[in-house]
Design a protein around this ligand. Structure first.
Ligand code: 4AD
Ligand code: MG
Length: 432
């Protein structure tokens, strides 16, 4: 029997007879030839069935097989320079495995709500395929990067009593006789990890009860949160820009086919592989906005239009440094010469994608931190363990959080985060 391969490996089997398990995505037939668009999850390519070269039964099957039927196809791989993929299969045999009738996602256009209702089936299409390939690359590139940099992967709990990022967006759950929340951020635990293992990172799901419908917010998203002992904010910024440049370079190195399917120009992405990235202060950003007729004053947080305007002034991701204390969380470290701002930065992505990273140096002083916890309306006794990190050998440390779906949305040039995750969770969507 012919060797079983995946479509993605076709390049290694040119002129060989192979067998591939596939689904039909689309087809076109004339009297003498059928073109079957096939996918096996690893890639998409075309199968050609020529009437004169196959049995009558096989040619009939090729004409009648319906969208998303699964089958074994056997045939010879050829180069096909006209397609994105570059190879096709000249089919000699077809065996149906599972039939399919009236597949709801047809090659015509569908509305987004319909597609999201059928997300479990929509995932089989080219666009989700390409996005998930890039998501996968970013996941693996993240582990490679932090491994090379000597970080230990350190998993924070998902069930927690802490609210590091504000109390308004918590998902509350009953934890036996206690109140608990789904984690908004693993950061506080990463700080404990950094004191134990020096450089750590987490990569896991985080939850925020975002009540507004925006293209930048999910209620469940994945975050990468590195935390580094004996490191100051400036060193953290250097790691952040190297990390993002590494992610983009990895996509360029390994995802050219996915980028083609998404019609994403690699030339644009190449600009983001050059570091350093520009830095401006929050004060400068406010001034820039005011000069351009934005109705903002010092102390305001930025919404999407403001972030988009700021990032549009730069060709690369840009750091906005030192935000007012009133709009940032309690754990950040005060600026050494200013009382009103923290030693923190957000990284804004180009092309209007807004904040992808939030990070800061952390407060190291026990009394200052305790007061900030109280001022944030939180109970110090819930943070006793966190305050312990300042009791026993407190050191300068800094860290940051990258939202995976924000990074994907930007790199793939999508217009909404909902396509960047297999099954998006938003205020009005929990199914499928
Ligand atoms: O800026 P945030 O809230 O920072 C933190 O959570 C810190 N504890 C991180 C740290 O210093 N360890 O969130 C970090 C990033 C944002 O920049 C954004 O990319 C993403 O997480 N993010 C979201 N992504 C999708 N949906 C949401 N609702 C998000 N909220 C934040
Ligand atoms: Mg933020």
């Amino acid at each position: 029997m012919a060797k079983q391969i995946n479509i993605i490996d076709a390049k290694n089997h040119v002129n060989e007879t192979v067998r591939i398990g596939v689904w039909l995505t689309d087809k076109r037939s004339s009297g003498k030839i059928s073109f079957l668009q096939l996918r096996d999850g690893t890639a998409f390519f075309q199968g050609v069935v020529v009437k004169n070269d196959v049995s009558e039964a096989v040619f009939q099957l090729a004409k009648e097989v319906k969208q998303e039927s699964s089958m074994w196809v056997t045939g010879v791989i050829h180069e096909d320079s006209r397609s994105h993929f570059g190879y096709e299969i000249e089919i000699s045999n077809i065996e149906i495995v599972g039939e399919s009738e009236n597949f709801p996602i047809t090659p015509k256009e569908h509305g987004i709500e319909f597609l999201l209702d059928h997300r479990h089936l929509w995932l089989r299409s080219r666009r989700p395929y390409a996005i998930m390939q890039i998501r996968n690359e970013l996941i693996h590139a993240t582990h490679r990067f932090f491994d090379q940099e000597g970080f230990l992967k350190f998993d924070p709990p998902i069930l927690t009593a802490n609210a590091p990022e504000g109390t308004t967006e918590l998902f509350h759950i009953d934890y036996f006789d206690e109140d608990a929340y789904l984690s908004q951020s693993g950061q506080l635990y990463e700080e404990a990890g950094a004191m134990a293992f020096n450089k750590v990172y987490s990569f896991g799901p985080t939850f925020r009860a975002e009540k507004s419908k925006t293209r930048r917010h999910l209620t469940e998203f994945w975050m990468i949160e590195p935390e580094m002992a004996f490191m100051h904010q400036e060193q953290s910024l250097e790691i952040q820009e190297r990390y993002i440049a590494y992610l983009v370079q990895s996509v360029l190195d390994h995802c050219q086919y996915a980028l083609k399917l998404l019609d994403r120009d690699p030339k644009i992405l190449e600009k983001y592989t050059k570091t350093p990235y520009p830095r401006i202060s929050y004060d400068e950003a406010i001034e820039m906005l005011q000069k351009n007729n934005f109705d903002v004053k010092w102390g305001d947080d930025f919404g999407s239009p403001e972030e988009t305007f700021i990032s549009d002034q730069f060709e690369q991701p840009v750091f906005v440094l030192n935000y007012p204390k009133t709009i940032k969380p309690f754990y950040m470290k005060s600026h050494p010469t200013r009382d009103d701002v923290y030693l923190c930065a957000d990284m804004l992505a180009p092309e209007g994608y807004g904040e992808i990273i939030g990070g800061s140096e952390r407060e190291t002083d026990f009394e200052t931190l305790k007061q900030s916890i109280i001022d944030a309306g939180l109970k110090p006794e819930d943070y006793d363990w966190y305050l312990d990190l300042r009791r026993f050998g407190s050191v300068p440390h800094a860290g940051f959080g990258l939202g995976l779906e924000r990074a994907i949305t930007w790199i793939c040039h999508l217009d909404h985060l909902r396509e960047a995750i297999p099954f998006p969770r938003m205020i009005n969507r929990m199914r499928p």
